[in-house]
Ligand binder design. Structure first.
Ligand code: NCD
Length: 308
């Protein structure tokens, strides 16, 4: 992979390579001895994704270049393209980009000589979140085959839903969707089931936030938890080993009962921890692919493989 833009572009083999490498970094420290710069260009708010990219970069010994669009030349009308070209010119070896446009990558495709990682594209794709979610599910079940996953919430406006639904289906999981009226996206072509049924049959309940910032009209949320969210009553119907996931930020009491956020089934904070290792793995895959580094500890990584 030349750039890490979409899970759709990734062959199954490459997905497993990233998971395997992330597990290696989880179990063993690894640091590069080169001075390399990674620019983190976030044009939309971010806590977890941006900070876990920075932790990943620092663990790898890379220099993180921070950027705040609200105090940058974006305010003077500078485009995404010119911003990216600027970072390339001053010596960034890689760009990590989050932007509100679904297709922002089209503005940069073929025009830069450094690798790019998608840290969130509008409502279209969030491939690094997807990879950390895959790692969390794999750590739990040791396979994706026939694992039943319900993606629950604002499917229509969620990039996390889109990336995860496609990747999980490709890996052999059974994907179900649950959404309030108006939050469905028929284009995904996956079955919708009521949340009560999902809670009973699924191994993973993946909750999503209502994406208010992507709505034209403000959604009504006063009875949302009871009607469409994960309540304690629904959690009690879940299978013994079933888990709860959420990419966060969480709106406690809206899509999930606040007490469930930190309950024993919750893997929400584990997802965040896995985000660091996944992002280390993706950064390293691209730096190697571009010949920017030659890591050469393939054998040692193989010996550590916990992902088959
Ligand atoms: C998600 C995102 O930005 O798409 N957050 C994240 O990266 N962990 C989910 C969301 O904002 O609801």
């Amino acid at each position: 992979m030349k750039h890490f833009i979409s899970v759709d572009q990734l062959p199954v083999k490459d997905i497993y390579n990233v998971l395997r490498r992330a597990e290696y970094y989880r179990l063993k420290d690894f640091k590069l001895n080169h001075q390399l710069f990674v620019a983190n260009l976030f044009f939309e708010p971010s806590t977890r994704t941006k900070m876990s990219f920075i932790v990943a970069q620092r663990k790898l010994g890379l220099e993180s270049l921070d950027f705040h669009s609200e105090s940058s030349s974006v305010l003077k009308g500078e485009s995404l393209y010119d911003t990216a070209k600027t970072f390339e010119a001053i010596g960034a070896n890689m760009l990590v980009i989050r932007h509100e446009l679904d297709d922002w990558f089209d503005q940069l495709k073929g025009k830069l000589s450094i690798p790019i990682i998608n840290a969130g594209a509008g409502k279209a794709e969030h491939p690094t979140q997807c990879m950390l979610d895959l790692l969390t599910i794999y750590q739990e079940y040791g396979t994706f085959l026939e694992v039943k996953v319900a993606i629950v919430g604002d499917i229509k406006h969620s990039r996390v839903a889109r990336s995860n639904a496609q990747a999980l289906q490709k890996l052999g999981a059974e994907v179900y969707l649950c959404a309030a009226p108006g939050f469905e996206d028929e284009e995904l072509g996956m079955p919708y089931i009521p949340i009560d049924k999902a809670a009973e049959i699924c191994d993973v309940m993946m909750l999503l936030r209502i994406q208010h910032e992507r709505h034209v009209h403000q959604a009504e949320t006063s009875n949302y938890l009871n009607l469409y969210g994960l309540t304690k009553e629904r959690e009690q119907k879940m299978k013994d080993n079933a888990i709860i996931m959420h990419p966060a930020p969480i709106n406690r009491g809206v899509e999930i009962d606040t007490e469930l956020v930190e309950c024993s089934r919750s893997r929400i904070f584990k997802q965040m921890a896995n985000g660091v290792y996944i992002r280390m793995a993706i950064i390293m895959e691209l730096l190697e692919e571009w010949g920017i580094i030659n890591e050469n500890n393939f054998k040692e990584r193989k010996a550590f493989a916990t992902v088959k």
